[in-house]
Design a protein around this ligand. Structure first.
Ligand SMILES: [Zn+2]
Length: 124
């Protein structure tokens, strides 16, 4: 059983690189890249990522919800996670929320920092 992930780029197999040329000697073909982990999520590189977006972005946006009005940055939704990369690893306030409007900082644990569902933003 192979746990390799296949690059989802629709044109991946059409790009000419040595590592895509695979198969038995004399019968090699350009093949979709497969890796134990892909560097760009579902894709082997940004070219494949862009090719997928070019082909499927409109379908994906229509599926997940199209933005039809402007959004506004407000104090309530201006929080982003960040960290002080110069702080030593044992400092408790290395990771924090930063409000980009008020400049207020609120400390985060590393678990909260890594949890993509953890937010203090309210509203859109
Ligand atoms: Zn690819």
């Amino acid at each position: 059983m192979s746990n390799l992930k296949y690059c989802q780029g629709p044109e991946c197999h059409t790009y000419h690189t040595q590592d895509r040329l695979r198969g038995p000697k004399g019968n090699k073909t350009n093949q979709t890249r497969r890796r134990s982990s892909l560097n760009y999520g579902e894709f082997c590189d940004t070219r494949c990522e862009h090719a997928w977006l070019s082909k499927y972005a409109t379908i994906a946006v229509d599926h997940f919800g199209r933005l039809n009005e402007v959004k506004h940055l407000t104090e309530e939704n201006a929080w982003t996670k960040t960290y002080n990369w110069r702080a030593s690893s044992d400092e408790s306030h290395r990771h924090y929320f930063l409000n980009h409007i008020t400049k207020e900082r609120r400390p985060l644990t590393i678990e909260q920092f890594n949890d993509s569902n953890y937010t203090i933003n309210t509203g859109e």
